[in-house]
Design a protein around this ligand. Structure first.
Ligand code: KDG
Length: 361
């Protein structure tokens, strides 16, 4: 087990006025000064200006992560592409931090036609699309590039077509990323360390099964409620990619992190069918191309920052535990029964096709 050396620091259990005034008086920044993370530059917008139908369109694109997430950075690039290549005939308004609703509320708003785009994790959508649950199987993708091959290949493209129903049009994949465990109670190096810990999970039955199987006490909750639940100790821990842990400031209310990489979660880019059907085909194709380029860039942002963010979190006081291969294997072996539990519900053929694809990469 490698623990990144950390400064010993008590968590700001409460931000009393006195502590903030003291910090201000001592010329310190915030008690939880967040290292600024330099985002990779936007790629040039390529491609010709697309001829539309002479009408102007405005689309609202809402996400649950914060303005400093890789996902929002991807939205900014999406906006550049769409507005430049439509010659300003399509205006993109971006919203973050669930300003227009959480994942499930946003999907409902797309179906109602009151919101035009969103890009949720697949996990909370499994009640609509059970096949998405395959992405919640633990340790499915050994490397992110393997996930790319599956999502950008025949399997992923078929899943986009299958999700283009129920008032939704699915036009692309991007990256939430590999999920890491954090908690406010203790270092975790093995499943037995999780006993009794209340772990927030996405609203997804496989994630509940994973953390029950590991011995924790899982609680499903929308992402929008998570920071407050951690701050108020309604739950002891959560699991999300490094860039989400940092961009949502979970390190301000979580002392311990364990690099588990237990699940790779994709984001799926969705458009309201009511809006989609109003667009000329040329603009529909433009949105598809922009969604693909957004996904490729967002993956790059997410992956290029992971190591820096992990080091920043440690330097800002988190005790970050990197598991040995043997310790990872204990988690993998403990979670193998989850595949048996869900094989029939997800579809054995889909699981086998992805596991075969993983073997051949
Ligand atoms: O919009 C943010 C959501 O997609 C959310 O699902 C992110 O990984 C996430 C979580 O833990 O809820």
């Amino acid at each position: 087990m490698k623990t990144v050396p950390t400064q010993s620091r008590a968590l700001p259990l409460c931000r009393s006025v006195a502590s903030l005034l003291t910090a201000a008086a001592l010329g310190l920044g915030s008690l939880t000064a967040q290292a600024a993370t330099e985002m990779p530059p936007f790629p040039d917008v390529t491609g010709d200006v697309v001829q539309g139908d002479g009408s102007d369109y405005s689309l609202k694109f809402n996400i649950g992560l914060t303005q400093s997430s890789a996902q929002y950075r991807g939205l900014e690039y999406f906006k550049q592409i769409v507005e430049q290549r439509s010659d300003g005939h399509i205006n993109v308004q971006m919203f973050h931090s669930a300003q227009l609703g959480d994942d499930l509320q946003s999907v409902s708003a797309l179906q109602a036609g009151t919101l035009e785009m969103t890009s949720p994790s697949t996990s909370p959508m499994v009640s609509m699309f059970p096949q998405f649950a395959v992405f919640d199987l633990p340790f499915l993708f050994p490397e992110p590039e393997v996930a790319d091959e599956v999502l950008d290949g025949e399997i992923g493209q078929r899943m986009l077509e299958e999700a283009s129903t129920q008032g939704l049009v699915a036009i692309g994949w991007s990256e939430n990323g590999y999920r890491q465990l954090t908690n406010s109670n203790r270092p975790v190096t093995q499943p037995s360390d999780l006993e009794g810990l209340k772990i927030r999970t996405m609203q997804n039955p496989i994630h509940l099964d994973i953390w029950r199987t590991l011995g924790a006490n899982p609680t499903p909750m929308s992402f929008a409620e998570l920071f407050t639940a951690l701050e108020q100790h309604v739950v002891d821990g959560q699991e999300n990619p490094w860039i989400t842990i940092q961009s949502s400031k979970f390190n301000e209310v979580q002392q311990y992190a364990t690099e588990t990489n237990h699940v790779y979660t994709p984001f799926i880019t969705l458009v309201s069918e009511r809006f989609w059907n109003r667009l000329p085909e040329s603009y529909q194709q433009l949105l598809r191309e922009a969604a693909t380029q957004m996904g490729e860039y967002e993956r790059h942002v997410s992956r290029s920052l992971n190591d820096q963010i992990k080091a920043d979190l440690a330097s800002e006081g988190m005790e970050v535990t990197e598991l040995t291969p043997e310790q990872v294997q204990v988690f993998q072996e403990t979670l193998e029964p989850v595949y048996d539990n869900w094989r029939d519900k997800i579809g054995g053929e889909l699981i086998d096709s992805i596991r075969n694809a993983v073997q051949t990469e």
